[in-house]
Design a protein around this ligand. Structure first.
Ligand code: CO
Length: 283
């Protein structure tokens, strides 16, 4: 069968949102414009030079039924949860948290002179894993392989593989790819993505073409949702470009969403709220 390049299905301008205790961030997935890209439920960019945008943080809050993935390029986020886990996510690090049946945690970006560059992605869990035991994959910067390709691409591999090099995050139901790709001016990047998997790029630096050389130039920050096909092709314009490339297997299951809980039915959400009220949420 012939190989087809994935074309741009949608270009989304990130929307300003105030979240947590007053964090001003930019949201591209999980809005009225774009509710989800199955299996991805939310994408936030909390990059800012100004501590007043982020230091209020995300005090104690629950999650159930999803995975939250925090990737930091600059600055630090302290975290602590009711299961006794605590630590700091630093520059170049990833926390892939499978909330499963439930955790309560706080996520507090630290005021730093360099500010913060960071992203949070929510990945849905299939119905059969929504009540699984919570799990963390804390990945330090030196555990994330970085490869340099001829053609001007430098790729950090968080999940999935490129050129036979596999990222450290594993055992995730969505079979995700999560790459951080930096392109030199005019540099290009091509990679195959399984047909039928959802895929998007989040361009946070520079300008680039997605979906072949005849496609329009996109200027970041923008979310580029890619249509189906076999490969992703990206080419930077005259300046360097940097983007996250994420793909995963759609669940095709009903979504019942209420704030930090994402289940399959209204009843499961109501049950979750009852458990919170009765103090039986964290088991
Ligand atoms: Co959280």
């Amino acid at each position: 069968m012939e190989t087809t390049v994935r074309k741009i299905a949608n270009i989304i301008e990130p929307q300003p949102v105030v979240e947590g205790a007053g964090v001003r961030l930019k949201r591209s997935i999980g809005t009225r414009t774009l509710d989800h890209v199955d299996p991805f439920l939310l994408l936030d960019d909390f990059t800012s030079k100004n501590p007043s945008d982020y230091q209020a943080g995300f005090p104690l809050h629950p999650h159930r039924g999803i995975e939250t993935v925090t990737y930091l390029l600059s600055g630090a986020v302290r975290h602590k949860d009711t299961l006794g886990n605590s630590g700091e996510i630093g520059a170049g690090e990833v926390q892939w948290m499978t909330a499963g049946r439930g955790i309560m945690h706080e996520e507090m970006p630290q005021a730093r002179p360099e500010g913060i560059i960071g992203f949070q992605l929510w990945v849905n869990l299939p119905a059969k894993l929504k009540m699984t035991a919570p799990r963390y994959q804390n990945i330090s910067a030196n555990e994330i392989p970085e490869i340099r390709r001829d053609g001007g691409a430098t790729i950090r591999i968080i999940a999935g593989s490129v050129d036979g090099v596999t990222g450290p995050v594993g055992g995730i139901a969505a079979e995700p790819t999560y790459l951080d790709v930096a392109l030199a001016p005019g540099g290009s990047f091509i990679r195959s993505i399984s047909r039928g998997h959802a895929a998007f790029a989040y361009l946070f630096e520079g300008t680039a073409r997605f979906g072949g050389d005849e496609s329009a130039v996109v200027t970041g920050p923008r979310l580029i949702v890619l249509g189906d096909g076999d490969t992703v092709e990206v080419r930077a314009d005259n300046s360097p470009a940097r983007f996250l490339l994420v793909s995963g297997k759609p669940l095709h299951e009903p979504i019942a969403r209420y704030g930090p809980f994402v289940m399959n039915t209204r009843e499961e959400i109501e049950q979750t709220l009852r458990e919170l009220q009765q103090g039986t949420f964290v088991r």
